[in-house]
Design a protein. Sequence first.
Length: 396
Amino acid sequence: MAQVVLEKVSKVYPGGVKAVDGIDLQVADRELVVLVGPSGCGKSTTLRMIAGLEEISEGVVRIGQRIVNDVAPKDRDIAMVFQNYALYPHMTVYKNMAFGLKLRGMPRGQIRQRVAEAARILDIEHLMDRKPKQLSGGQRQRVAVGRAIVREPAAFLFDEPLSNLDAKLRVTTRGELKRLHQRLRTTTIYVTHDQEEAMTLGDRIVVMKDGRIQQADTPLNTYNCPLNRFVAGFIGTPPMNFFDGTLRQSELGLAFIEGRLAGGGLTFPGEGFTLSMEQLSPTVGRRLQSRVGSRLVLGIRPEHLHLRPPDGQWAAIKVRLNVIEPLGSEMDVSMSTAWHDSIVARVEAQSGVAGGSEATVYVELRKVHIFEPGETGMNLSLETMSPTTEPAHALT
Ligand SMILES: Nc1ncnc2c1ncn2[C@@H]1O[C@H](COP(=O)(O)OP(=O)(O)O)[C@@H](O)[C@H]1O
Ligand SMILES: [Mg+2]
């Protein structure tokens, strides 16, 4: 097993597309790191450079202690599982799993032992004599994983391996993959565009946009302390609500004043809401002091909006309730203010709440975020703002 390290890695495709732009990342031995981001952000390209399927334009990739930039894919000691796992249709499951080992000239007895062990771990022992077309999608996916496991590689690379499965199977299979990693502890880099899959699977998640790492952190840190507005909006469903406005100094301390953004400028006709910011820590308060009067963005997660006053400091805003979506124990309530017609609150399910009515919602003030304007505007409301790309536990 091995650590995988990327240093200032870039990829420029012929024609000039910069798909990956100076990525630094350390994946510790035994760690499971998920690369997540919207389609086209460079996840697959990053993975393919690690696998050796794509030339590295700039920078260094290390697997273990070895720089592998010029090492052929088959000599990198890694196994990759794709979305289209392409099993050999004319071979049985056993032969599909054994094929790679046979090519490497492994003795037959040892192959038999490794395939049997992998089949047991994946619970596919009863499928060994079947051909791929006699398997369900989920079973085929397990065989593809089995083919990777038998090689006992230094690292696994997964590129959206669950995309072809239906929603329910995706959830159960991702649970199995997580257990598999807990058992084998093989260093794993896993790519998905699905933030929920990333959150549930990863020891750490690496959020990417436009070929760059926006944040590399534990799932909970990424959720609770997003470094910028992009991460804040990408991680979490329903997404964080954003409001344009500014900070003013009032007698009671700082206050966020919602404004209306039109034609690139911000105006304050006076109908927006005002939230007191007195709950800010001294560090954050001092940082925001210097931004008084400039354009900023307030971020509130749907679960931090309540229909009843919560514990701790809160502020009330008058809204109009639009649509109620029951989810079982919770419900999503979409609502509007004078200028904002798509605010979503996730609240405990309760009866007597109807679309089309006026209501008061309560904002949990300790949970709000303040961002600089722009798609990747920095989160100014964090205690510490330095990005992390180091593993949560020490490299071994
Ligand atoms: N072979 C290629 N030639 C040229 N451009 C490519 C190639 N493969 C991917 N790209 C471009 O590189 C960017 C990143 O692609 P990719 O790594 O596949 O993203 P993701 O896996 O995150 O969806 C995209 O803009 C994509 O169009
Ligand atoms: Mg991809």
